[in-house]
Design a protein around this ligand. Structure first.
Ligand code: SAM
Length: 259
């Protein structure tokens, strides 16, 4: 079966990378792990060796029958032919203890942002999430306040997870060989600091709309009272969005909510 570029199909062929991803999940026999995009099953095979139950989601209908054959004798394996962006993890898991539920995926890079939004909304279901993304995406996800990579995704993720960049992966670890490096990141779900999700996301997208602009200049495009609100929140509108820490986003979201 040929790799499909449109589905981001670069298959892992480096056993050491696979071993390190599986180790990062800290799986036991009591665990259930959702695997996004098993492809040809390289990672799946090692996940099953831990004794954990593996629930795979694969969008490519050509791979699904092959996976069923490959893992026919594995009682702990099942695969759904589905788009992960339309999958309700809760009904898939059917009430499994979140402390024993994990998620892993070597993801197509074009779905990085929507999958993170989805995981954000359903993170209560998991205790440990290990994902591989393009290295630049992991740099963005883990950027702290003041860092030049800091953006919308950094703040959204920091609000919902403790994010830890684990290791980089060379293009040579894949077949076909991609143009870019990848990185593996662990996301540990946590209680959110900012709770008003809708307003928070609106504020973030307005604030980061043009990274070179100040906070005030970005915000006033969408909110005509932006200057007054920033003042009431005691946040200097001349700052740039990437300099704000999560506590300041919380203060700002509350100030915008109160108007
Ligand atoms: N896990 C395999 C590995 O490491 O060798 C394959 C990784 S490949 C980068 C990404 C996989 O995700 C492919 O099998 C692809 O078909 C699948 N995929 C792409 N988009 C998807 C989606 N929206 N939902 C579920 N699977 C998807």
């Amino acid at each position: 079966m040929r790799a499909k570029k449109s589905l981001g199909q670069n298959f892992l062929r480096d056993d050491d990378v696979i071993r390190r991803i599986v180790a990062a999940l800290e799986l036991s026999e009591e665990d259930t792990v959702i695997e996004i995009g098993p492809g040809r099953g390289a990672l799946t095979e090692k996940l099953l060796e831990t004794g954990a139950r593996v629930l795979a989601i694969e969008i490519d209908r050509e791979f699904v029958p092959a996976l069923k054959v490959q893992f026919h004798f594995e009682p702990n394996f099942s695969v759904a032919e589905a788009d992960v962006l339309e999958t309700d993890f809760s009904s898939m898991l059917g009430g499994v203890d979140p402390a024993k539920t994990k998620l892993v995926g070597n993801l197509p890079y074009n779905i990085s942002t929507p999958i993170l939004q989805r995981l954000n909304d359903q993170r209560d279901l998991f205790s440990n999430i290990v994902l591989m993304f393009q290295r630049e995406v992991v740099q963005r996800i883990t950027a702290r306040a003041g860092g030049k990579e800091r953006g919308y995704l950094s703040v959204i993720v920091e609000n919902a997870f403790t994010a830890q960049s684990l290791f980089d992966v060379s293009p040579k670890a894949f077949q076909p060989i991609p143009k870019v490096w990848s990185s593996v990141v662990r996301l540990t779900p946590k209680e959110s600091v900012v709770n008003d999700d809708k307003l928070f996301r609106q504020l973030l997208s307005a604030s980061f709309a043009q990274k070179r602009k100040t906070l005030l200049n970005n915000l006033k495009v969408r909110y005509k009272d932006a200057a007054t609100i920033l003042e009431s929140a005691q946040i200097d509108g001349r700052r740039r969005a990437e300099t704000l820490n999560l506590e300041e986003w919380k203060i700002l979201t509350r100030a915008f909510k109160d108007i």
